[in-house]
Design a protein around this ligand. Structure first.
Ligand code: ADP
Ligand code: MG
Ligand code: ZN
Length: 475
């Protein structure tokens, strides 16, 4: 029997506010445990939450960027559960009336092409604290710095069918939240985290199968791997004649498998009810419009503009707009240059290749866009050739010198003096009469032999275009 996977994703994104969602404690990451706390976020009796307006603005901005409908009235509910990282015994969240609903995201994958993934809802909630287990002393400690940090939860429709689509959806959502500057997107610090719901059903069946929910997915790669694993596991269980247990499972990256964590709770287990401490949240149209006016150019619009303005292919434009940092880096590099395509190629191959090889981000790159642009300008003006540009690039990684200085110091100026090069070409042909004759007799492969000889003589600095012309003329 053939099975079809059905996948829905829940993303928790931390909003970039300076203070928490219901109190004025700082949201700064990495402070000493419990430094960022007060009676409100530690759940002392009698304390009242006061909603952070900036958090609401950010949630609305995220909703607009994902084509959601904003609910002019939404409510906060208490989601009750007991756990030591949750001092109140409930989490303030939105249940029956979320801030936004009915959105979508456009994704594109190599295997299934363009597709719309529905967004069911976006709601606002507070984060819980963090437990630190110390097995050596057999104690657990609690850090409430994260308690009350504002989150939005973005819930997708079960429209995703492959691990690749799930990866594309998450990358797109991550990019959008960073473009609109409402979330720092730092997955290691937990600012963007994903739970994946997965089920399988026989191809052609309408009803969904029983799902499992995967937690602890803190990288795009983990999400894709965990989903692939879970699809295989569920297929095996069903083919063996057993049934899937609805449960929460954890991805264990060290063993490359998912393991059962606990039975999955249903909504009624949380005994949701409206939080009596908070009034309904009313969002008027003027507020929505004023936020709409602050929306920047989003990835798709920027991609389309790159195609039009710089004559790039849609694929290259998609790569270059996949993150706001990369899109900015490319535009800063290309803006003083005439040859935008050459700039795009160098950013995508040499620059991105370097980031990959070193395992660093654009922010950590020792080469800034302004310096990279200067290097490409030398190439564009035929002051150096591509070979030399690579040498200069490598040097720029370890020295703060600007490209022109490096070119001078290493004597990498391109030899493009036609007279000088023609003398060299004639000389080389004279030195290699057999090869020259063989070339004339049709062994055209020998062209590169002569090119190599000239490059050797100029220590790689000859302008290959001019040498090609001169070899054609003299051979
Ligand atoms: P919760 O997980 O909090 O109980 P929901 O019922 O809203 O919440 O579902 C969460 C996610 O699970 C959504 O993204 C939804 O698309 C997805 N989902 C629901 N049913 C299935 C299913 N049978 N298979 C796969 N995903 C599902
Ligand atoms: Mg869930
Ligand atoms: Zn507080």
């Amino acid at each position: 029997m053939q099975f079809e996977p059905v996948i829905g994703l829940e993303v928790h994104a931390q909003l970039k506010t300076k203070t928490k969602i219901f109190c004025s404690c700082s949201t700064e990451f990495g402070k000493s445990p419990n430094a960022n706390t007060c009676p409100v976020c530690t759940g002392m009796p009698g304390m009242l939450p006061v909603l952070n307006e900036q958090a609401v603005s950010f949630a609305i901005k995220a909703a607009l960027a994902t084509h959601c409908r904003i609910n002019t009235e939404s409510r906060f509910d208490r989601k009750n559960y007991f756990y030591p990282d949750l001092p109140k015994g409930y989490q303030i969240s939105q249940y029956a009336f979320p801030i936004a609903e009915h959105g979508f995201l456009d994704i594109h994958t190599p295997n299934t092409g363009a597709k719309k993934i529905g967004i069911t809802r976006i709601h606002m909630e507070e984060d819980a604290g963090k437990l630190i287990h110390d097995p050596a002393r057999s104690v657990s400690m609690v850090d409430l710095n994260r308690t009350g940090v504002p989150l939005i939860e973005i819930v997708s429709e079960p429209d995703i069918r492959t691990a690749q689509e799930a990866g594309a959806y998450l990358r797109k959502l991550h990019a959008i939240l960073k473009y609109i500057d409402v979330c720092d997107g730092n997955m290691e610090e937990g600012s963007f985290r994903c739970d994946a719901n997965i089920s399988i059903r026989p191809v052609g069946q309408k009803e969904f199968g029983i799902r499992t929910e995967l937690k602890n997915l803190n990288s795009f790669k983990h999400v894709e791997k965990a989903i692939l694993y879970e699809i295989q596991r569920q297929t095996y269980v069903i083919e063996e004649g057993n049934t899937i247990v609805q449960e929460t499972r954890l991805w264990d990256p060290s063993r490359n498998k998912t393991v059962s964590m606990r039975g999955k709770e249903d909504a009624h287990d949380y005994r949701y009810f409206p939080d009596p401490d908070l009034v309904p949240l009313i969002v008027d149209d003027a507020w929505i419009q004023s936020i709409k006016a602050t929306l920047p150019e989003l990835p798709e619009a920027r991609q389309a503009r790159f195609v039009k303005e710089y004559d790039l292919t849609p694929t290259d434009a998609a790569t270059l707009t996949s993150s706001i940092e990369l899109a900015d880096f490319f535009e800063q590099t290309a803006s003083p240059l005439g040859d935008k395509k050459q700039a795009a190629n160098w950013v995508m191959t040499t620059f991105l290749g370097m980031l990959n090889a070193q395992g660093i981000t654009i922010d950590q790159s020792p080469i800034r866009a302004s310096a990279f642009s200067k290097l490409l300008k030398l190439l564009e003006d035929h002051k150096i050739n591509a070979n030399a540009a690579k040498i200069v690039f490598d040097e720029m990684l370890s020295s703060a010198k600007d490209p022109e200085t490096i070119v001078k110091e290493k004597q990498l100026e391109q030899v493009s003096d036609s007279f000088e090069l023609e003398e060299m070409v004639k000389e080389t042909i004279k030195e290699n009469p057999q090869e020259a004759q063989a070339y004339k007799d049709g062994k055209t492969k020998l062209f590169s032999f002569f090119m190599g000889q000239i490059m050797k003589k100029t220590r790689g600095k000859a302008d290959p275009k001019i040498v090609t012309q001169l070899l054609n003329k003299n051979l």
